[in-house]
Design a protein. Structure first.
Lengths: 865, 299
């Protein structure tokens, strides 16, 4: 094969030299196929352009490119949530900067085999969920269907549009020593990784732009655009709505769900966002129920409908199977498609291919023996030390106290005898598979290219009556040189996959295509109620955290800073406020607060991270992060990064062994700056859809509530320390400068009250917040049948009237015998409780769709009378 | 024997339910020994969707959705059913169980496929080695299948205590095995798990049992309950019912509602609601024989 591209002179001595520099120690294992060099140590032709291009970069340039790639991974927040931990624990995605390069002719041949395989898998599903002739004619053993919990009886017989069960599937491949690609497994349920592949591509194209261009790499965008268009094309409605259904932020691959939703411009939903009424599926949005015609699910099928498909928990969408049966919704991939992930079926595919397609199966596949057949069982028992042994159905572990798969050769005599006995008794439950040898491809290790084992996951989408292959894939690699295919499922790092083209390049970007098709739209109307709820709380938590940080800072400065000699009553008032706001628990405040400047480091850390406090700073930051995670696809990358940073700084500080006052104050100032940046992002970068309004409503409501509490706590009382208290109040409300420029004097109560309560030009006044709330409520959608003002609007109007009618003089001056400003205290208490009622009314009105599910039945007889 | 069966399920919710979906298996299926003359379902409040159908196993189902807010839901089922007495095969004359296990695997004809449905582990019948060991005590090689299965039924009856408070819907078979306690559903699942461990087809039967008041007492209204038992496949005869709760082969005092792989496939009332808070459920079952008969049993 000739070099594909001569844009770089590969024969020039400098190029050779540089080439040599990159791979002088590159030595493949003779027993495996190497992607880069052939059996004679020559560079394979399709790698030459890439290698030559790479060679023109100096070590420093390469290092810089890699650093930039790593930074991009972090910046895009590409993560893989290993433990499914909602509070963090996301593992950054690992991207090896050397792509896997595949020649065009080879790819075309592979494509043919992949498409055939996808057609075959789809045809098998069509039979098993229909006539089941494969079973009655003996082509497949019933055990592999009826014994598989992925065979979903409630959807049997439900027709799927155009006979497509598999709309989007993945096939795992490895290249054998013979140079051919072998199928390792089929992923037909809700295959993971296409979004990561896309993200890898975006990062690589930015990291190595010239190389990427010179290599003439097939683009991925057209594949996804066509997939989306094909899905839309299947919907009869004029206003088709497709949603991506994710288990939510706790899912391992939530990043991918959010990424694909953004990339394809489809709403990302969770089960609770969908409801079935009149056997049709709806999305619960702020504007009411919107019909959903198609669901691209990233969720396992067996728990999809708590009514028909499972017997335990409450995940899923009740009634969706009935909606399917009524032909009102299409689920992608069809429920029950996971059946084809069972490796034991592979053995039967060559025969099924001839039977169903009248074609020989093109792609070779990992040799697999099912112990449910006599032949398979005796082979596996006779060759245990050459095989890996697995449960037939992935959901069962191989033995009660054994891992999910075992390599026969690694078993000691007892374990082997035990396993053999078990296979003899319950053969159906076991398969044996050949140990697969992976090919190696160059990876970047210690500043040079090193051969590393790889496996390739490729993606296919249904198109017409056939399939299209994504020209690329997710290559997974391991630095461990003898990684066997069986362990590649938890591959350590990934690579971009470059399919070279020898034809004309299509200049295709998703945006340009979309522009041709669509009229300009104004977004933000399709906000699911759950997302609205989360956005509202995101706003509230952000504001609550800011308030907490300001209070804590003020308190610390009073205790140990320059103002430490201030009146103890001010300190007490601040501590009371901290307790009142839940930033401190009462016992902590008592214990720590009394000590004043004698406070120890331990006390200090208690102040910041009081584990007893419901709104402690540590708790607030994780609430903030968790709430943000659940609406991540609606936040800009920058906002997300700020939140990550904020949490990791606070967490980092918490884990430090000693906490000094200066460092603590520094941390609090940093936190304030980040929160300000977050708020700025939201003001400047979010479109003014309903989502933004809810977020801002949460902020305004919380800010007004905090202000009322602060005014009550710090201006509600006269006395000798009044000046200090008012100063602190102004600082906490971030209005000191305004006051000073306006009045050039020490604070006076009624002027401060005017500025923080009534002044509608001060963005930190109560009235200002209420005005914004009024605007938002007026702009939110209302049910058509509702006349007049909503509950929350009426309550808000009444609250505003209360403040309008209050006499400022009375509020500011009337200090009674107990030195209290009674009118002010009463008004602030009213503001607080009215705001609580308004928040409840908003919740009832807009988020009530997000109510929890309950189960009525099943009934265990023991519990019946 | 003719029966008038009434089955009333009443849900009382502490908070309004905005929407509830229920899948009902409350209409008796027709089978060779049973005719359902009349079966009515009355649901209050009236459901917006009320769809009759049948499930994968051929049981009649009703899918109902109440879409208006409600704090109470009442489902009344009433059926008039004739049950014919069945003569079970002579246990000792049935095929050896190991031959049955081999035969059902060798045959892929359509009728046999319908039986093969019931050979494999299902969600409620997962069990470990202990259960298999327990089962094998009754199944010496070559023992006639019904003879062995009947023996297992007797052992479960003797070894286990009927206890309405020991288990609930989430108790796995292994746990009931350790407790040696449970209700009819646990015993049926246990015996099914045992039989399937040995490669024998076994299916779960949901239905009713005629109960008799203690000597000299009036039968109380609503005192009956749903019941559950199982069937084992005996080639040459078909499915033969076994009731491990009462240690007997059911005759004409067992009324069949539905069958499936386990309780999860055929639970009489299975529902999911949005909202509702805590709820109370009341179930009242009356099995009225329209001709008299005598037999004692527990549900």
């Amino acid at each position: 094969m000739a070099p594909l591209n001569q844009s770089t002179d590969v024969n020039s001595p400098t190029a050779d030299e540089a080439n040599d520099r990159l791979h002088k120690n590159y030595e493949g294992d003779d027993r495996v196929y190497d992607e880069l060099v052939d059996g004679h140590g020559r560079i394979r032709p399709h790698w030459r352009t890439f290698l030559a291009g790479l060679a023109t970069m100096s070590d420093a340039e390469i290092a810089k490119a890699w650093t930039s790639a790593e930074r991009l991974v972090r910046d895009y927040g590409v993560t893989y949530n290993v433990h499914g931990d909602p509070s963090g624990e996301d593992r950054p995605w690992r991207l090896d900067p050397i792509p896997l390069v595949i020649a065009p002719a080879e790819w075309r041949q592979l494509e043919e085999g992949l498409i055939q395989r996808a057609r075959l898998l789809n045809a098998i599903l069509a039979d098993l969920y229909g006539e089941q002739r494969l079973l009655t004619e003996g082509a497949l053993p019933p055990a592999l269907v009826f014994g598989n919990n992925q065979f979903l009886r409630p959807v049997h017989g439900i027709e799927v549009p155009k006979g497509i069960y598999l709309h989007f599937l993945a096939i795992d491949l490895a290249r054998g020593p013979d140079g051919r690609w072998w199928v390792l497994s089929d992923r037909t349920q809700a295959p993971v990784g296409a979004g990561y592949a896309l993200e890898n591509r975006v990062i690589m194209a930015r990291t190595l732009p010239e190389l990427f261009r010179d290599c003439r790499v097939e683009r991925l965008a057209a594949f996804f655009q066509t997939f989306r268009d094909d899905l839309i094309g299947m919907i009869a409605s004029d206003d088709p709505r497709i949603v991506i259904h994710s288990p939510g932020p706790t899912a391992e691959t939530y990043f991918e769900h959010a990424y694909l939703a953004r990339y394809l411009g489809l709403p990302l939903v969770e089960a609770a966002d969908l409801t079935v009424r009149d056997q049709r599926v709806f999305l619960k949005t702020l504007t009411g129920l919107q019909p959903v015609h198609m669901i691209w699910r990233r969720v396992e099928a067996e728990n999809y409908d708590p009514l028909s498909l499972q017997s335990g928990g409450l995940n899923g969408i009740p009634g969706i199977v009935e909606a399917l049966r009524a032909g009102q919704v299409t689920i992608v991939n069809a429920l029950g498609s996971g059946l084809m992930e069972c490796d034991a079926l592979m053995n039967f595919l060559p025969n099924l291919s001839r039977k169903l397609l009248d074609e020989d199966l093109m792609l070779p596949q990992t040799a697999t023996w099912w112990c449910g057949s006599e032949d398979g069982r005796s082979f596996v028992l006779g060759n245990m030390d050459k095989l890996v042994i697995r449960p037939t159905f992935a959901s069962r572990s191989i033995m009660q106290d054994m891992p999910a798969q075992v390599i026969g050769a690694n078993l000691d005599a007892d374990a082997r005898a035990d396993l053999a006995e078990r296979i003899g008794r319950h053969g159906e439950d076991f398969i044996g598979q050949d140990l697969v040898t992976l090919s190696t491809a160059p990876g970047w290790q210690d500043g040079q290219l090193q051969p590393q084992p790889i496996a390739l996951r490729v993606y296919l989408a249904a198109h017409g009556d056939s399939y299209r292959v994504m020209p690329g894939g997710l290559t997974r690699t391991s630095e461990h040189p003898d990684a066997q295919a069986v362990f590649m499922r938890q591959g350590e790092a990934s690579k971009d996959t470059w399919i070279l083209t020898d034809g004309p390049m299509t200049a295709f970007s998703r945006l340009s295509q979309a522009e041709q098709r669509q009229a300009p739209k104004r977004g933000g109307q399709d906000v699911p109620s759950r997302a609205a709820d989360n956005l509202f709380w995101l706003g509230r938590y952000a504001e609550r955290m800011e308030g907490g940080v300001r209070l804590l800072r003020a308190l610390l400065m009073r205790i140990v800073g320059d103002y430490a000699d201030d009146d103890a009553t001010v300190r007490a008032a601040l501590l009371d406020l901290m307790v009142d706001h839940g930033h401190l628990a009462k016992p902590t405040a008592k214990r720590v607060g009394g000590r004043g400047s004698d406070m120890s480091e331990r006390d200090l850390s208690f102040l910041v991270f009081d584990p007893e406090a419901i709104n402690g700073i540590g708790t607030l930051v994780s609430n903030l992060r968790r709430t943000a995670a659940s609406v991540r696809e609606r936040l800009s990358g920058d906002s997300w990064r700020i939140l990550q940073d904020l949490q990791s700084r606070i967490e980092g500080y918490r884990q430090q062994s000693n906490h000094e006052v200066d460092a603590t104050l520094h941390l609090l100032s940093q936190a304030l700056r980040m929160l300000a940046a977050l708020s700025g992002m939201q003001m400047e970068n979010m479109t003014r859809g309903f989502g933004w309004r809810l977020l801002d409503m949460g902020r305004r409501l919380e800010r007004a509530r905090l202000l009322a509490k602060l005014i009550e706590g710090l201006a509600g009382r006269g006395g000798p320390a009044e000046g200090t208290a008012l100063n602190i109040l102004l600082q906490l409300a971030d209005s000191s400068i305004t006051y000073q420029t306006r009045y050039l004097a020490d604070p006076q109560a009624f002027l401060v009250i005017d500025l923080l309560l009534i002044d509608d030009t001060n963005p930190r006044s109560v009235v200002f917040q209420l005005d914004r709330l009024t605007d938002h409520l007026a702009a939110l959608p209302r049910a058509a049948e509702q006349a007049g003002l909503s509950d929350e609007q009426q309550q808000l109007n009444r609250l505003q009237a209360k403040i309008d009618l209050a006499d400022l003089k009375e509020l500011g001056q009337a200090v009674d015998r107990r030195r209290e400003r009674k009118a002010l205290i009463e008004l602030m208490a009213a503001v607080e409780s009215d705001l609580g009622a308004i928040s409840d009314a908003v919740t009832r009105h807009y988020f009530s769709h997000a109510e929890p599910l309950g189960r009525s039945g099943p009934i265990w007889l023991g519990s019946a009378p | 024997m003719r029966y008038d069966v009434s089955h009333v399920t009443e849900f009382d919710y502490s908070q309004p339910v905005s929407i509830s979906h229920h899948l009902l298996h409350l209409t008796p299926r027709a089978c060779t020994f049973q005719i359902s003359h009349q079966s009515r379902l009355v649901i209050d409040p009236a459901p917006a969707v009320n769809q009759a159908g049948s499930d994968y196993f051929g049981n009649p189902t009703t899918f109902i959705v109440v879409q208006a807010p409600h704090e109470k839901l009442t489902i009344r089922a009433r059926s008039l059913i004739d049950v014919a007495p069945v003569t079970p095969p002579e246990p000792a004359a049935t095929m050896p169980w190991d031959q049955v296990a081999a035969a059902v695997r060798a045959d892929s004809s359509k009728p046999m496929l319908d039986i093969a449905q019931f050979m494999f582990v299902s969600p409620f019948t997962k069990a470990g080695d202990e259960v298999e060991d327990y089962a094998r005590e009754s199944f010496a090689p070559g023992r006639p299948v019904l003879d062995a299965a009947r023996d297992l039924t007797k052992r479960i009856f003797n070894d286990f205590t009927y206890d309405g408070s020991a288990t609930d819907v989430s108790t796995p078979v292994d746990e009931a095995m350790r407790l040696k306690r449970g209700v009819c559903q646990d015993f049926a699942h246990l015996q099914i798990a045992c039989l399937r461990k040995l490669g024998l087809p076994a299916r779960y039967v949901s239905g009713y049992l005629l109960t008799h008041p203690p000597e000299g007492k009036e039968k109380l209204t609503g005192a009956d309950a749903s019941h559950a038992w199982l069937s084992v496949w005996c080639p040459g005869h078909g499915w033969v019912d076994l009731d491990p709760t009462n240690d007997l082969i059911p005759g004409d005092e067992h009324i069949t509602l539905a069958w499936g792989r386990d309780y999860g496939d055929v639970s009489p009332v299975n529902g999911v609601m949005v909202g509702g808070g805590e709820h109370e459920v009341k179930v009242a079952v009356d099995v009225r024989p329209l001709q008299s008969s005598r037999q004692n049993g527990r549900g």
